[in-house]
Design a protein around this ligand. Structure first.
Ligand code: PA5
Length: 432
């Protein structure tokens, strides 16, 4: 994985701005390693990739296999950190039209419990009436309304469809090891359960069963994912020259840009498979840094699609943002533009090019245009989208988020602001 920065003329650092921020970032990294910083009871994710054992992975894989054998659909019910990590990985890796493949290999993953839309629930049950399915309910607290309401509805549906005994065998609960309503229900009913460790917060939990179980059910190699994270963890925690550490460099650059007045970080991809990776990133950074009236607003675009919508603003609108580009070097397939005898569409100048080559030229051209438009660009490169590289990206962004949050002097591991809407909603609904 590589990281580099191209500053616009106006944003270029001078003097020792970067040097002093680098010192701060190295201290922040040290706080994460020694677990002495704010929110240090939620730092389980730092060592997680190295601590996941072969037998943990086997238990997840064997449960996944059982589900795969009896389900056309696997419903993953969770919200925020209890859902976005799994979705980010699965959407990155899956066939774009898996729901039309009908090759009987992997169940289709459907997400629920992340909305209160009645029409969404009705449409879902319409499908679940006709298909065999299993359900994974994921909630650390066990009380999150969106997930809990959906679970009640689907539990009921499963009981009616399969009867009690079979319904029980089709439900898996991923929750706290002892606390919460969901844990109590799971114990009472005898559901298979997986534990979300106490010291891992939702948005840092993708490498626990929260993410790994759905990812395994979707048919992906969770060992390669965890290995990717473990490899980059080793590199990032043990780099001797800490200032050359790419997580430090990224955190320093984005904090520098924040300090000179940038308000928005746009995560940019050129692969629609990465759209949910951006959603995961937005939650990770938004919930970790957006507090005490501070923090960059994390946003995202998916190009070249969004060059035909947000592209205009990025090129010429208010200079609020910088871009962090996820560059993918190789596609996993090759499609070349065919030669056409009469060239009626005037595209023969592209014949022989692969689509990825054209996509890369679009990316390069956009970077040049945005540089002219005064947009500073950070670039993270991976050689291709696969389990190992997604694992690396996950750990990279998590570590950089911890460093960045400490540099901002906030607790990156709490989310007190999320409670405000809940309080009002509960009062409006008459919850005692
Ligand atoms: O990152 C977080 O902690 C949150 O996004 C939670 O994951 C989210 O609110 C869901 O919480 P729970 O797992 O308790 O249902």
């Amino acid at each position: 994985m590589k990281f580099n920065v191209t500053y616009s003329e106006a944003d270029r650092p001078n003097g020792n701005q970067i040097e002093s921020l680098s010192q701060k970032a190295v201290q922040a990294l040290q706080l994460l390693k020694t677990k002495r910083g704010k929110g240090n009871d939620f730092l389980g994710w730092v060592d997680l990739p190295a601590e996941i054992s072969q037998s943990d992975l086997e238990e997840i894989n064997s449960c996944a296999e059982e589900i795969r054998n009896k389900s056309d659909i696997f419903v993953v019910a969770g919200i925020g950190g209890s859902y976005l990590g799994a979705r980010a990985v699965i959407e990155s890796l899956k066939h774009n039209f898996d729901y039309l493949l009908d090759n009987g290999k992997s169940p289709i993953i459907i997400y629920a419990g992340n909305t209160l839309s009645e029409d969404y629930a009705a449409d879902l049950m319409d499908i679940l009436d006709k298909k065999d399915y299993s359900l994974c309910v994921i909630s650390k607290s066990g009380t999150t309304t969106e997930t809990a309401v959906t679970f009640r509805i689907l539990r009921n549906h499963l009981e009616k469809k399969y009867g009690h005994e079979q319904a029980v065998s089709r439900i898996i609960a991923v929750t706290d090891k002892e606390k919460g309503v969901l844990k109590a229900i799971a114990d009472k009913e005898g559901y298979k359960t997986f534990v979300i460790p106490d010291n891992v917060g939702g948005r840092f939990s993708v490498l626990t069963p929260v993410g790994l179980l759905p990812i395994a059910v979707a048919g992906f190699d969770i060992k390669a994912l965890v290995d990717g994270a473990a490899n980059i963890r080793n590199a990032l925690l043990n780099t001797e020259n800490t200032k050359e550490n790419i997580a430090v460099k990224y955190a320093v650059t984005r904090n520098y840009l924040y300090n000179i007045g940038k308000e928005i970080e746009l995560l940019v991809n050129y692969q629609p498979d990465l759209i949910y990776f951006s959603e995961w990133f937005k939650q990770l950074y938004g919930e970790s840094e957006g507090k005490e009236n501070k923090g960059l607003f994390p946003a995202s675009v998916s190009n070249t699609t969004d060059l035909h919508s947000m592209g205009q603003y990025i090129q010429q609108g208010k200079r609020l943002m910088f871009e962090t580009i996820l560059h993918v070097e190789n596609a996993n397939h090759c499609i070349q533009i065919p030669y056409q005898e009469d060239d009626d569409d005037k595209l023969n100048y592209l014949s022989g090019f692969s689509m990825m080559q054209i996509n890369h030229k679009a990316e390069e051209g956009t970077s040049m245009a945005h540089a002219d438009g005064g947009v500073t660009q950070l670039q993270l490169s991976i050689d291709r989208i696969n389990e190992e590289n997604i694992g690396k990206l996950i750990y990279f962004f998590e570590l950089a988020c911890g460093i960045s949050g400490y540099m901002l002097d906030v607790n990156p591991f709490d989310q007190p602001g999320v409670e405000f809407y809940k309080k009002n909603m509960f009062a409006l609904l008459g919850k005692k």
